[in-house]
Write a protein that binds this ligand. Structure first.
Ligand SMILES: C[S@@+](CC[C@H](N)C(=O)[O-])C[C@H]1O[C@@H](n2cnc3c(N)ncnc32)[C@H](O)[C@@H]1O
Length: 496
């Protein structure tokens, strides 16, 4: 896939066929669309069989990976079949044509309709998964997760490290003047360049060949978004470049975290989707905290933990090495499983954390603000606005005084629990319904203070009133509850 000259005519054909996310969803209907997201094609084939439209043809060709009558494909992609065959997008026979690459519509949360070319989705209808070492991943759960994490404020410059098919670069181009994507996989570089051209974003997106930050030496950006090859493995044996960095353990994530500040402008953010090692006998956040650069505030959120065995199983299935997902034998699977697991054991890996690392080069003098939060609960998506707000909340919390007039955030509710019929609740929880949906246990004073924060009375006046009501000493209340109120501001429950 090299010819970007094909991008313009292909775009015209996809456009003419109305090959958009919404049109595909409408033609397939909910059930078939959901089945396809589970890699099951049978319901979608029933919905597209008799139609004969260009849209149905493109769905069968690219999304169902069917061999389609050449005449129908010629009608859907007029004058392009042989050219797409020569470019490696299609496999052309005398009477039939099949896809060699995936091409699918993609609707972003920001409201853009895009097309994304990548390698074919493996394992449709239970077929054995087999991925080559230079496989170029399409839009995965991880890509969507990073897309939802990425701040979408307008910026001048953005960097997508490990661009793959270029999906993050395409997102970034919607709100950045210039985007650079880097990768080491020649096939990914070609596909990302093609996707930039296909979406008429090649004037903004530049794809550079090289490892991580090497192609952007001495360059700084306002935003770095990266879904790096973070799988934690012994880095021996064959390497699947889309997920293995070639570095052992979580060294790749450490490298990005430590190097990012050199490539950030003041005010810039680096957002990383990552896996990290949780070492035996150490808190999950200890190793991570040691990587965090002094120049940056850091908000790290651990979303999930897998034990080593589950982790090995997950990734061996992903690459088709489990006999149920691939063509490999049980003996080969067991050998790989044992090698990987014994390496994790030798490295004293107790678990593997999945989550988000957000670095903000604030440009402020003084100690960096950091929060390492374990938050495996459901959050509002896209989560990016809550991440952006975090920096402001931490800044506001650092300055809370009793003269402040605070307001409870509109989405915060109070939940109480206790024995049936009891006059007072046993526990009170204040809970956000938006953003990170943080929850915090509160005592009667905290709950009363939060409830009274409507922007009229100062914190001091509220504490005095609560003290009087509960017959508590005013000075003691200030000493105990001002830090608590600052925490509530830092976590976004209370605002100025
Ligand atoms: C998990 S994929 C992410 C692809 C895409 N950015 C996304 O969000 O879906 C990781 C990408 O990093 C690339 N990669 C692997 N090693 C790299 C390196 N040393 N430098 C830059 N990119 C690398 C892989 O080729 C792959 O495209």
């Amino acid at each position: 896939m090299t010819s970007t000259d094909l991008a313009a005519p292909l775009r015209d054909a996809l456009d003419a066929a109305d090959f958009t996310y919404d049109a595909v969803a409408a033609l397939l209907g909910d059930d078939a669309h959901r089945a396809l997201s589970r890699n099951e094609t049978a319901p979608a084939r029933r919905r597209t069989g008799g139609d004969g439209s260009a849209l149905a043809t493109l769905i069968r060709l690219f999304l169902l990976q069917d061999a389609v009558e050449r005449e129908a494909v010629e009608a859907a992609l007029p004058g392009l079949v042989d050219r797409l065959g020569a470019a490696g997008v299609l496999l052309t026979g005398v009477g039939e044509v099949a896809a060699r690459l995936d091409c699918r519509p993609y609707a972003t949360a920001e409201g853009d309709d895009l097309w994304v070319v990548s390698d074919l989705t493996p394992g449709l209808d239970g077929a054995p998964t087999s991925v080559s070492s230079d496989y170029v991943l399409g839009i995965s759960q991880a890509s969507s997760s990073l897309a939802q994490l990425t701040l979408r404020d307008d910026v001048a410059t953005a960097l997508d490290l490990g661009t793959g098919c270029g999906v993050q670069a395409l997102h970034l181009a919607a709100h950045s003047d210039r985007v650079v994507g880097t990768d080491v996989n020649a096939r990914a570089l070609a596909i990302a360049r093609f996707n930039a051209a296909l979406n008429e974003l090649d004037d903004k997106i530049e794809i550079r060949d090289g490892s991580f930050f090497e192609p952007v030496a001495r360059q700084r950006f306002d935003l770095i978004a990266t879904n790096p090859p973070f799988v934690i493995s012994p880095a021996t044996g064959e390497r699947l470049v889309y997920r293995d960095s070639g570095l052992p353990g979580d060294r790749v994530v450490e490298h990005i975290v430590r190097t990012a500040p050199e490539h950030l402008n003041d005010g810039g953010w680096c957002q990383i989707l990552a896996n990290w090692v949780i070492e035996e006998g150490r808190g999950w956040d200890e190793r991570l905290a040691a990587w965090l650069p002094e120049e940056c505030d850091a908000f790290v959120v651990q979303r999930e933990i897998l034990d080593p065995a589950s982790y090995v199983e997950l990734w061996l299935k992903d690459s088709g090495h489990h006999p149920s997902t691939g063509a490999g034998s049980a003996a080969d699977y067991l050998r790989r499983y044992d090698t990987w697991l014994s390496w994790l054991t030798e490295q004293r890996v107790a678990g593997i954390g999945f989550g988000w690392i957000n670095l903000h080069r604030s440009g402020r003098a003084g100690a960096p603000r950091t929060e390492l939060l374990e938050w495996p609960y459901d959050v509002e998506q896209p989560i990016a606005p809550a991440i952006g707000a975090w920096a402001g909340q931490r800044a506001a919390a650092a300055e809370v005084t009793e003269a402040d007039r605070l307001r409870v955030r509109a989405d915060v509710v109070q939940e109480t629990q206790g024995p049936v019929g009891a006059e007072d609740p046993a526990t009170i929880v204040v809970r956000q319904q938006a953003g990170l949906r943080r929850a915090r246990q509160a005592d009667t004073v905290t709950a009363a203070v939060v409830g009274a924060c409507d922007g009229d009375l100062s914190v001091g006046q509220i504490l005095d009133a609560v003290g009087e009501l509960l017959e508590r000493d005013a000075a003691t209340l200030r000493e105990v509850y001002l830090p608590e109120i600052a925490d509530l501001v830092a976590e976004g429950f209370l605002q100025r």
